[in-house]
Design a protein around this ligand. Structure first.
Ligand code: SF4
Length: 248
């Protein structure tokens, strides 16, 4: 941990159980964003936990448990939010269950307002084929926004190396749509860094990653990719859609 970032964490340490205003949160982003840009992932998470207390969570799509593993070391019992869309691969649900059973985190599974059957009844079956943006809005974007209401800051596993669209993902950023601080502790990590961290720490990984699915979303909207292909080309393949809307 660097001296500067240790000081940053100490200056904000304390209980912050009440939410801050958007202006206060934006001020935190502008004050600390540059200083933490090059900090190690653990330091960034420690700073976020010290700054936001119980109003900080991490999110995970259960492709792997790298972010949860980093977080449990410095914030034991940290809230880990998982969006259970009702369309996940069984391997993804299994990874979530393994994280819950073996890690020192508070796993929170969020479900949409409607079950898949209820959505089918209202919008017709296989909405993801006809209107994936609406399906994602109903099953991902709104449930996440609702669940984040109790937090001031959320951490994601976004990495700039994943797609060109994510090149600008800041380590500490302002999520204007959600009016939250968005923390991406491993934004600067390369694929090799992720693989090394997993190997050295025995981190849980969704078995589909080793079966041709480097990027894993809902089963109907995710296909295998060939070696050398863009890892995210298997998401919503054959459409112009590249993101679910959570990060826009
Ligand atoms: S990824 Fe596909 S199935 Fe999942 S919410 Fe989006 S459109 Fe629906």
């Amino acid at each position: 941990m660097t001296t500067a970032t240790t000081r940053a964490a100490r200056e904000f340490r304390g209980s912050h159980t009440d939410g801050r205003s958007p202006e206060e949160l934006r001020e935190i982003v502008s004050h600390w964003g540059a200083e933490l840009e090059l900090a190690p992932a653990e330091v960034i998470i420690e700073w976020a936990a010290a700054t936001f207390g119980e109003r900080f969570c991490i999110t995970s799509s259960m492709g792997d448990a790298v972010l949860a593993h980093l977080a449990e070391k410095v914030v034991p019992g940290v809230d880990v939010v998982f969006l259970d869309t009702g369309y996940h691969f069984v391997e993804t649900i299994g990874t979530r269950d393994a994280v819950q059973a073996t890690m020192n985190v508070n796993l929170i599974s969020i479900t949409p307002v409607q079950t898949v059957a209820e959505q089918d009844a209202e919008h017709g079956p296989e909405l993801y084929k006809r209107d994936p943006d609406l399906c994602c809005a109903l099953r991902k974007v709104k449930p996440l926004a609702d669940s984040l209401a109790r937090y001031d800051a959320w951490a994601t596993g976004l990495r700039r190396a994943e797609t060109h669209n994510r090149v600008i993902a800041p380590v500490i950023g302002w999520d204007a749509k959600k009016q939250k601080v968005k923390v991406s502790p491993i934004a600067r990590w390369s694929d090799e860094q992720v693989e090394r961290y997993i190997a050295e720490n025995g981190v849980l990984v969704n078995p589909l990653v080793y079966d041709g699915y480097p990027s894993i979303g809902c089963a109907p909207c995710t296909r295998r990719v060939a070696p050398g292909e863009d890892p995210r080309s298997g998401r919503w393949a054959g459409t112009n859609k590249t993101e679910c809307g959570i990060h826009s």
